[in-house]
Write a protein that binds this ligand. Structure first.
Ligand code: IMP
Length: 429
């Protein structure tokens, strides 16, 4: 009876969805605990392409229940669109999708507030967000005065009053700050959102109580982190982070479930590193090797389509985030993308501006920006490894690379992925 946590240990897009999909056979419930529609997965199953963002990919497995915890922020039209598309594709969600009544709601002014900061004249203010209103919604949640939760939508009087106060405040602020701002009509938004609430009603419940009951009944839970641990608002490369605890630190606040019930902690990394949006990236490759990784790895954002920044594997950053997320084993993804490179480099430490060797990730942006990676160079392999299905069949240099990553991270690599298909996965021996 094992419950599992799967989190990315880099800046997101580590192909966690594939690991979650592989583990679904051994679990009964997949749980999202933070983030919102800033995450995105495309899953191809039996020839059908499914695009998922808020709904966990586990929904494609009939025996799996999916839970969207209180730590997630929900844009109801986006969620409903996903629900409707899935239903039209024949996925039965009834009784299987559980949305927390304590999760916070993204409202139209959150999108405007994000436009304000992301389009501000000072480039220092730009995070390079996905513009889904995630940050402003979390800001209101923590600020308390204007936060609106899914449960509020089922108390129409309370909701209308609270929304009217929030809209009045936001309209005054945004009209003063934005040149092109059309004030929001609180009553129209309330009516619109109450309509969404009716459509979402079958899925909304007290998920805290639901998940505790499920655990007590022996159900095996799979906690799925969105984004990556280096984007964690507390432990990531602040301020170039997302607004939630995207490391495993978000599980308890985002679900109400203590982590003592989790037995397996899988950290997912790519065989190289990518990042979308702004922020420091010590091993970034702004050259033809980075281009090649982007092309072969199809490194373009699933939500925004932005090209991802690509670079070598950064063992300093991954070691740091694996500590934060408590990983005890590694899933190493996209190893096939590195095939054909004569040499592969891995950052094993940083050097700061005074020439000192730094082995742990600096907390301050300015210190991190001044660090240069110290690389070790490993020989590459020329063989196409996408059809390898066993550890023994991997070229010796690929095995050496995997062993090197494990040694650097001080944790075993248990799974290696050599292609997007479910079958393109090896267990490390
Ligand atoms: P936000 O989450 O939209 O506020 O964006 C904050 C930062 O997190 C930006 O650098 C985004 O590019 C990044 N980010 C958010 N979601 C993802 C994701 O799913 N994958 C990779 N980066 C992400």
């Amino acid at each position: 009876m094992a419950s599992t946590c799967v989190v990315g240990l880099q800046w997101g897009d580590e192909a966690k969805g594939k690991i979650v999909d592989l583990l679904c056979d051994e679990h009964d419930v997949v749980v999202r605990y933070q983030g919102g529609a800033n995450a995105g997965h495309t899953v191809v199953a039996e020839g059908v392409t499914y695009k998922l963002s808020l709904v966990p990919t586990g929904i494609l497995r009939k025996h799996v229940d999916c839970l969207i915890g209180n730590g997630v922020v929900i844009h109801p039209p986006a969620l409903l669109k996903e629900v409707q598309t899935l239903s039209s594709q024949g996925v039965d969600l009834a009784g299987r999708l559980h949305i927390s009544d304590r999760s916070h709601v993204i409202l139209p002014y959150h999108l405007e507030e994000e436009r304000l900061t992301e389009e501000s004249s000072s480039s220092a203010d730009h995070i390079g967000t996905t513009r889904r209103g995630i940050g402003p919604c979390y800001r209101d949640k923590v600020g308390r005065v204007h936060g609106i939760r899914v449960g509020d939508l089922y108390h129409p009087e309370f909701f209308r009053e609270r929304l009217a106060r929030a809209v009045d405040y936001k309209n005054r602020l945004l009209s003063a700050m934005l040149d092109s701002y059309t004030p929001i009509d609180a009553s129209a938004v309330a009516t619109e959102y109450l309509g969404y609430a009716e459509q979402l009603r079958p899925f909304v419940r007290d998920t805290t109580s639901w998940i505790h009951d499920a655990q007590a009944q022996g159900k095996r839970l799979l906690f799925e982190g969105a984004q990556g641990s280096l984007l964690d608002v507390d432990h990531g490369s602040y301020p170039y982070v997302t607004s939630s605890n995207s490391s495993s630190a978000g599980i308890t606040p985002g679900t109400g479930m203590p982590t003592r019930h989790i037995d397996r902690w899988i950290g997912v990394v790519k065989a190289y590193t990518t990042r979308v949006g702004g922020g420091p990236f010590p091993t970034e490759l702004d050259n033809e090797i980075g281009e090649r990784i982007r092309r072969i790895g199809r490194e373009y954002g699933t939500v925004t389509g932005r090209p991802r920044r690509c670079g070598w594997f950064d063992a300093v950053a991954a070691r740091y985030s694996s500590r934060i997320s408590g990983s005890t084993e590694i899933a190493l993804m996209l190893l096939d993308v590195l095939s054909g490179l004569p040499e592969i480099r891995v950052a094993v430490a940083y050097e700061d501006s005074s020439g000192n060797c730094v082995e742990s990730m600096p907390g301050h942006l300015a210190d991190l920006e001044r660090c240069h990676p110290i690389f070790e160079t490993l020989p590459g392999w020329s063989e196409d490894i996408t059809s390898c299905r066993t550890w023994a069949s991997l070229p010796e240099n690929a095995k050496q690379y995997v062993r090197f990553i494990a040694k650097q991270m001080q944790i075993p690599v248990s799974i290696v992925s050599v292609g997007p298909d479910r079958e393109a996965t090896l267990r490390v021996e």
